[in-house]
Ligand binder design. Structure first.
Ligand SMILES: *Cc1c(COP(=O)(O)O)cnc(C)c1O
Length: 232
């Protein structure tokens, strides 16, 4: 399958999911996750008009960032170690994996040095799987309250990863719970600005995520394919 045909296919599926759920296509942003592909493919994706790029490790992302900075908006979607914050803050426009105060402090300090603010998604482990990062849903409210000390961080939404299901429909409760959590938090007036965004949905389950209110879908394999990267 060519890149163009994949893009068309994903676009059709997004439109169908919007129709089924009464949503507007323009309320959903596609982030092309390029971690499985070469710099050249990432460049081709941007040329096709997808300007949001997601990566989950800085060493792999570096060459793509060098090639595409200024042309693409970069999303850091992987778990972030505190000692890698200096590489990521200032280069990536969004961080999707804020899940602990020590990380918030490191991001805040780095952002202060650079005199910027960093829009962040709070990663929530809705499914409770051991292997997944993220805050427990019941800890998010407290976390947001404590986050207010770090005014260089702009909390803009929630992010989650659903468990891989051979029947994507089975991910629905996870996505629904994330939306309900966001709405609940917005109703509690603990935030200066309401959380608007829901970063949820990957290749296997993005249509369900869209039906449940995703505003950002993170699409790797289904959109850009999977190939040997130059790094091996
Ligand atoms: C790799 C990755 C994706 C994309 O995965 P696909 O299943 O290939 O679409 C999305 N989100 C996160 C956090 C990832 O690490």
């Amino acid at each position: 399958m060519t890149l163009q045909s994949r893009l068309r296919d994903v676009e059709n599926r997004l439109e169908q999911a919007c129709l089924r759920s009464g949503r507007q296509r323009e309320d959903i942003q596609v982030i092309a996750v390029t971690k499985y592909v070469t710099v050249r493919t990432a460049e081709a994706v941007v040329l096709e008009g997808i300007s949001h790029i997601g990566e989950n490790r800085w060493p792999d992302a570096k060459a793509k960032w060098d090639a595409l900075k200024g042309q693409a908006i970069f999303h850091y979607i992987g778990s972030l170690q505190t000692n890698k914050v200096k590489d990521v803050v200032g280069k990536f426009d969004y961080i999707h994996s804020l899940d602990r105060l020590s990380l918030a402090e490191a991001i805040h300090n780095r952002a202060q040095m650079l005199n910027i603010q960093v829009p962040c998604f709070l990663q929530v482990n809705v499914s409770g799987e051991q292997s997944k990062h993220g805050l427990a849903p019941e800890h998010v409210k407290q976390f947001i309250t404590e986050l207010q000390t770090y005014d260089r961080i702009l909390p803009i939404g929630l992010m989650t990863m659903a468990p891989y299901e051979s029947k994507p429909e089975e991910t629905r409760p996870v996505f629904r719970a994330l939306r309900q959590l966001r709405d609940e938090l917005n109703g509690m007036s603990i935030l200066k600005e309401p959380l608007k965004e829901l970063s949820m949905g990957m290749s296997n389950d993005f249509e369900v995520a869209v039906e449940e209110g995703a505003t950002r879908v993170r699409l790797g394999t289904v959109l850009v394919g999977k190939e040997e990267t130059e790094e091996g």
